[in-house]
Write a protein that binds this ligand. Structure first.
Ligand code: S3P
Length: 451
């Protein structure tokens, strides 16, 4: 089946008893994509432990095969990649389909641009609506030619230059995907590719490039901005990569435990990178009873076990500056805010309009369907807690995080919450339903609409 295909699976979440137990969530999605891609560029065998086996990452694994790398699933979560060297990827014989995976396709466009191959990329209906100009602009400056049916939207054909130009680039949006695409393209450009990042975003690409032996340096300039310099045309050395648990997946059981009365759960081995920890910070400010146990280092990243007990939450103002460190977590934060005393104000959310769905609109509509007071601004959301009791049906727009957020809502509202389609959850967190059920969550499958 192509990553873009699939059938609709409506699901309801029912009011649930206390959630109890310990769970281990799957590997981090961002790190999983990057491990496969850098593995494909390193000659020799890269071993990845704890790879997320969700649809998005599987699409990247398939793409790396299409580029000629040998990618093998040795055991659940344990994968090996035999790469082809920087500049050594082959031209795929067919269109490369990334399904729902924005990170996969944007980073792969950078990868494919550092050599003279012609590659056509596509994705599902959600991905074909998302803006690609932010990636294509710097790539064009590096010498890449772009052919598009519709302006800067997938499907797109990219023809890499014979010799890529290293560029100096100021990242105009707070986006780790843009930063990463330029760095990956810079890997095979002769000379130094230099990026200025005014607002720090997740740094997994930089960390992993350094671990694979790339010539990368990070400094802070006089204005306090991060400056990343990468010297191209250096070999990468294969690595053993241990992928820590995904904090963006952990967010769902964590919020569920805070809002379902009597809950007490522990989520093990979660990545605690400060550039990903905005949600935890916010939930603690809201009065969430959250403690980090056994803090340790795994594969160069800080991880810990997160213990969460049900809590009376109070509303907070979430500063715009925190958005990059919790950009994927606003839908589930809005669910937590639905149970907090007062008005939670979330600002600086412009980027949410161009995620897997328009997440500001999708969250506002979903909360309204469940009677929860919510004000939607162009770049903001305000949620007034304890105003609704559920009972709604939510449209998820092919967005896994909207689907999981509203299922979590339904575990704690008096009336059940239904979503139109649970299938996209498999893109990032295939074990979601089983793990949540194991903790005590109740779900009910609904009839799919007659086709
Ligand atoms: C990601 C970066 C973020 C995030 C996405 C994963 C990454 O996107 O929303 O889920 O792995 O680099 P942007 O770069 O668009 O902010």
């Amino acid at each position: 089946m192509s990553p873009s295909a699939g059938s609709v699976r409506p699901l309801a979440a029912l009011a649930s008893g206390p959630l109890r137990g310990r769970i281990r969530i799957p590997g981090d999605k961002s790190i999983s994509h990057r491990a496969l891609m850098l593995g494909a560029l390193a000659i020799g065998e890269t071993v990845i432990e704890g790879l997320l086996e969700g649809g998005d990452v599987l699409a990247t694994a398939e793409a790396m095969r299409a580029f000629g790398a040998t990618v093998t699933r040795q055991a659940p979560g344990r994968w090996t990649v035999n790469g082809l060297g920087v500049g050594g990827l082959l031209e795929p014989e067919d269109v490369v389909d990334f399904g729902n995976a924005g990170t996969g396709v944007r980073l792969a466009m950078g990868l494919a641009s550092n050599q003279a191959t012609t590659v056509t990329f596509t994705g599902d209906a959600s991905l074909r609506r998302r803006p690609m100009g932010r990636i294509l602009d710097p790539l064009r400056r590096m010498g890449v030619q772009v052919l598009a049916r519709s302006k800067d939207r997938l499907p797109l054909t990219l023809k890499g230059p014979d010799v890529a130009l290293p560029i100096d680039y100021r990242v105009p949006v707070a986006s780790a995907q843009v930063k990463s695409a330029v760095l990956l393209a810079g890997l095979n450009a002769p000379g130094v590719t230099r990026l200025v990042e005014p607002v720090p975003t997740r740094d997994h690409t930089e960390r992993m490039l350094a671990a694979f032996g790339a010539a990368i340096e990070i400094e802070t300039n006089a204005d306090g901005e991060r400056v990343i310099s990468l010297e191209g045309q250096r070999d990468l050395k294969p690595q053993s990569v241990e992928v820590p648990g995904d904090p963006s997946a952990a967010a769902f059981p964590i919020v569920a435990a805070l809002i379902v009365e009597g809950s007490d759960i522990t989520v093990e081995s979660v990545l605690l990178n400060p550039l990903r920890s905005g949600l935890l910070e916010t939930l603690i400010e809201m009065g969430g009873d959250i403690t980090i146990e056994k803090r340790r280092t795994v594969g160069g990243e800080s991880v810990g076990d997160i213990r969460v007990r049900a809590s009376r939450l109070r509303a907070v103002n979430v500063p715009a500056g925190r958005a990059p460190s919790m950009i994927d977590e606003y839908p589930i934060l809005a669910v937590a805010a639905s149970f907090a005393e007062g008005r939670t104000v979330m600002e600086g959310l412009g980027e949410l309009r161009v995620k897997e769905s328009d997440r500001i609109a999708a969250v506002a509509a979903g909360l309204a369907a469940n009677g929860i007071a919510c004000e939607e601004g162009p770049e903001s959301l305000v949620v007034t807690g304890r105003t609704g009791t559920g009972g709604g049906r939510v449209t998820t727009h092919l967005d896994h995080r909207i689907a999981m957020s509203f299922l979590v809502l339904g575990l704690a509202t008096a009336d059940r919450v239904a979503i139109d389609d649970a299938a996209p959850i498999a893109t990032s967190f295939p074990e979601f339903r089983d793990l949540m059920t194991g903790l005590g969550a109740r779900f009910e499958e609904l009839e799919p609409p007659a086709s």
